[in-house]
Design a protein around this ligand. Structure first.
Ligand code: ADP
Length: 485
């Protein structure tokens, strides 16, 4: 059975108090008793000495010629001396007979051993006995070394007894009160004391359960306070370590996910590259075989040379894009920053693209803030050209393209919007993947291979920027970017 610390401490205090009080009571009471006994003994012996002295004096008078009768009256007169009668006394002769005139009072003698004790006194020894509240004292009275009489004293110690009992009761009363008070104070103190211990016990439980915010500090100026401080420190350290471990674990799992994702993308990329390269090669091979078989067919030769040239252009553009992309991923190209007048740079790009815009029966507006910022101009150009190219390819006849660029604190905000065919929602998350095309037919027709946006994203990331896309089917698409300057 488990006994709580509170109960143990209170029981221990009560036991110690009880022992101390009992020990003190016994010590003091036995001291009082001893003192009283010694006092009584000394009083009785003094009384006996006085008797002996007066007996000697009276006997000396007898020997100087006083007869027996006179002798008795002398004794009587001595005995009647008031100061000798403070303690009731009787005098016996050496045969144990009460001498007349020496009976002090008529009080009943309760000592049953009286005869025996008188005999002991006749033998020359002093003896006394306590019966009820009276000490019966027997002593020989000597005259010139002879025992001439026996003295019996009846010394009442009733007062002593009453005093002793009073003190005893006082001790019991105050002892009990001290015990109760001590236990009460102990209970209050130990309740406070153990409350703090229980607080710490609960704190340990909270640490075990990982509820670090529930760990309470006990404010005390002693070892318990230090212990509680240590506990809090330990809890904070464990919490910190766990948090760090969690962060590391999250990083690790993120890294693992990224690796898995990259592995998947790489596999897809290789699969796509193979597929995309095979298509033009198959066409070229087919035309080459046909021309070989029908080398007189001029129209076939013409058609073949046009298509072979077209597919070769396509292959060249694909090889360029793939090489660009893999180089961007693999090598950490230096970002060459320079002071660029954004308005001038964009004006140049847009004017160059304007020919293609008009050719496709489209319009293009640009709103560029007149600012000079430090950026990698070449990268920005690539990004904007790719996005305008897409805005032309996936637009609708008579559609519009809008370009905006301005400075927002320490960032450049750039957007390219079109009023084209839009991108369906489920495709929005995939358009930045290499070789992904929403409508492969339309993309192929316009010479796209699905690498433009992958390249754009890589370039944006190289510039520590972000890119987002918003699109509504048949309404248009907006690509928004932000770059730190
Ligand atoms: P592609 O060479 O096919 O244009 P991109 O990587 O540039 O490849 O684009 C990927 C796909 O995203 C495109 O095939 C097209 O379906 C879609 N897309 C890109 N830009 C636009 C746009 N402005 N409007 C609609 N669809 C777009």
């Amino acid at each position: 059975m488990k006994i709580g610390i509170k109960f143990k401490l209170i029981s221990f205090t009560a036991l110690v108090l009880l022992l101390v009080i009992s020990f003190l009571s016994i010590l003091v009471l036995s001291g009082i008793k001893n003192y009283q006994n010694k006092e009584a003994e000394s009083t009785l012996f003094k009384q006996k000495d006085m008797f002996e002295q007066y007996f000697s004096e009276s006997s000396d008078a007898e020997n100087n010629g006083i007869n027996n009768k006179m002798q008795q009256s002398v004794r009587g007169s001595i005995f009647n001396k008031p100061w000798l009668r403070t303690i009731p006394a009787s005098v016996y002769d050496t045969k144990g007979e009460l001498l007349s005139g020496f009976k002090s009072n008529g009080k009943f003698n309760e000592n049953k051993d009286k005869e025996e004790m008188i005999k002991v006194a006749i033998d020359g020894k002093v003896s006394y006995i306590k019966v009820n509240d009276v000490i019966y004292f027997y002593s020989p009275i000597k005259y010139r070394n002879d025992i001439v009489a026996i003295l019996e004293l009846e010394y009442s110690v009733k007062e002593n007894g009453l005093f002793y009992n009073k003190i005893k009761n006082l001790f019991y009363g105050t002892g009990l009160m001290a015990l109760i008070l001590g236990i009460l104070i102990g209970i209050i103190y130990f309740f406070n004391f153990t409350r703090d211990i229980y607080k710490m016990k609960n704190s340990i439980k909270s640490i075990q359960n990982g509820e670090f915010n529930k760990v309470e500090q006990v404010h005390r100026n002693d070892e318990l306070g230090e212990l509680s401080e240590g506990l809090l420190f330990m809890s904070n350290t464990i919490e910190k370590n766990i948090a760090e471990l969690k962060v590391e674990r999250d990083y690790l799992s993120m890294a693992v996910n990224k690796l898995e994702e990259m592995d998947k993308q790489q596999k897809e990329f290789i699969g796509n590259v193979t597929h995309e390269f095979k298509t033009p090669i198959t066409t070229i091979k087919a035309y080459a075989d046909l021309i070989g078989m029908y080398n007189n067919d001029l129209s076939l030769i013409n058609e073949g040379s046009v298509n072979i040239s077209k597919e070769c252009d396509r292959l060249t553009s694909m090889v360029d894009s793939v090489l660009n992309l893999s180089a961007l991923e693999k090598y950490d190209f230096e970002v060459i920053k320079s002071e660029v007048n954004i308005k001038e740079a964009f004006h140049d790009i847009c004017e160059r693209m304007m020919v293609k815009v008009r050719k496709n029966n489209l319009t293009m507006n640009y709103d560029i803030e007149d600012i000079v910022v430090t950026v990698d101009e070449e990268n920005i150009r690539h990004i904007v050209i790719n996005l305008i190219d897409n805005a032309i390819k996936y637009n609708k006849p008579g559609g519009n393209i809008e370009i905006r660029c301005y400075k927002n604190y320490d960032r450049i905000v750039l957007s390219v919007s079109d009023t084209g065919i839009g991108i369906k929602e489920e495709a929005l998350g995939k358009i930045f993947q290499p070789f992904y095309r929403v409508e492969s037919h339309r993309s192929r027709e316009s010479g796209g291979v699905g690498l433009g946006l992958a390249l754009v994203k890589s370039l944006v990331e190289k510039l520590n920027g972000t890119i987002e896309v918003e699109s509504n089917i048949n309404e248009g698409t907006t690509f928004s970017m932000e770059f730190p300057i």
